[in-house]
Design a protein around this ligand. Structure first.
Ligand SMILES: CSC[C@H]1O[C@H](OP(=O)(O)O)[C@H](O)[C@@H]1O
Length: 354
């Protein structure tokens, strides 16, 4: 029986991460106790995937103040500076700043109650643990809802890694694959390799193989052909940030898949925990798109493939306009567009409109 891999764990008062840059060749766990090392792990994709970087940032903020010696009057300012520092690790996934905001709010609440520093710090760790537990439950619920849209023996295409590695467990886009396996269904997963960082080849293919799930690896440029062959009955992807109108930022290449799905009349689903839905961002035009080092494009796993001195563009994400999305699968249920083609998206109770 296969196993469901996990990438983030709080254990023995330290943050333990499965270093995703070493997969699939090596399974390497790193133990972090310093906020600067958490920032670096997020920035260099040792930990990656919107929910997972939110969880890591939350634990990182706690680690940043756990042993601090500031006077109580200076603690909140120090906490806010460390929070701001962590949000610079990566800009696109709203989960990172959302998790940080949750810990800041807990600190403000405890301060207002007159709590002493030890209690405030304990509340920060408690909130980080809550975020991880909630994400696992949200992913499981997303999987259950997604299975109402799928049936046994379907071919499903996914992109990048919105998997168990990118979340507390199960993944968002991959959650239905794990639950279908447990239900005895045979879903045929097609995973795009996802240039340039190869999250599909290195991570999704690996984690589904570990779980004995039927997965076929594709180059990104094969998606149109397998759709034309009739091998794909649905596309499901994750997200880093859904804007208020439903425009969705996800791994570069997602927008193209949505256009292909539309052209082939194939449903295109976004698995979106409410922790990734940002009603403060009005549309895709307002979503910050991370640009990453050009070396990711110029070389493949360290071997240079592009000529020296060539111009290179390396956006890590693109935005799929909401009208190309068939439905959002959230932990609160499936959201289809209304009669005007507009989305009324659920909001996480702790992400109230300001
Ligand atoms: C549930 S993971 C969401 C999202 O995050 C990934 O980006 P990255 O690998 O750069 O962290 C990818 O876009 C996934 O779909």
């Amino acid at each position: 029986m296969g196993k469901i891999v996990q990438s983030v764990e709080w254990n023995n008062d330290r943050l333990i991460l499965l270093d995703q840059t070493q997969l699939p060749a090596q399974t390497v766990y790193i133990e972090l106790t310093e906020i600067v090392d958490v920032w670096e792990a997020i920035h260099t994709l040792k930990v990656r995937g919107a929910p997972a970087i939110g969880m890591a940032a939350a634990y990182g903020l706690y680690l940043g103040v756990r042993d601090s010696k500031e006077h109580e009057d200076d603690f909140l300012l120090s906490l806010e500076k460390k929070a701001a520092y962590l949000t610079t690790a990566r800009p696109t996934a709203v989960n990172l700043c959302w998790a940080i905001e949750r810990l800041l709010n807990r600190a403000y609440q405890e301060t207002a109650l007159g709590s002493q520093l030890p209690k405030i710090k304990a509340a920060l760790l408690e909130e980080a643990l809550f975020i991880q537990l909630e994400d696992e439950e949200a992913c499981r619920n997303i999987g259950e809802h997604a299975l109402t849209l799928f049936k046994d023996d379907m071919g499903i295409l996914t992109h990048c890694n919105a998997g168990s590695l990118a979340t507390a467990k199960y993944g968002t886009a991959t959650a239905p694959f794990y639950l279908a396996k447990a239900r005895g269904w045979h879903l045929k997963v097609f995973a795009g390799e996802t240039r340039p960082v190869l999250q599909g080849a290195r991570l999704t293919a690996w984690e589904l193989q570990q779980a004995d799930i039927d997965v076929t690896l594709l180059c990104d440029n094969m998606a149109a052909m397998v759709m034309a062959k009739g091998w794909i009955q649905a596309v499901i992807v994750g997200t880093d940030r859904v804007a208020a109108n439903g425009d969705t930022a996800n791994k570069i290449g997602t927008y193209g898949l949505a256009l292909l799905a539309k052209a082939h009349n194939i449903p295109f689903y976004v698995a979106a925990p409410t922790s990734s839905i940002d009603l403060q961002t009005m549309s895709g035009l307002d979503i910050p798109i991370e640009e990453r080092p050009i070396e990711e494009v110029a070389a493949v796993l360290g071997k240079r493939t592009a000529p020296e001195g060539i111009k290179i563009y390396n956006p890590a994400f693109d935005v799929t306009p909401y009208h190309l999305i068939t439905a959002f699968i959230t932990e609160k249920g499936i959201v289809h567009p209304d009669q005007h083609g507009q989305y009324n998206l659920p909001i996480h109770p702790l992400l109230q409109k300001k």
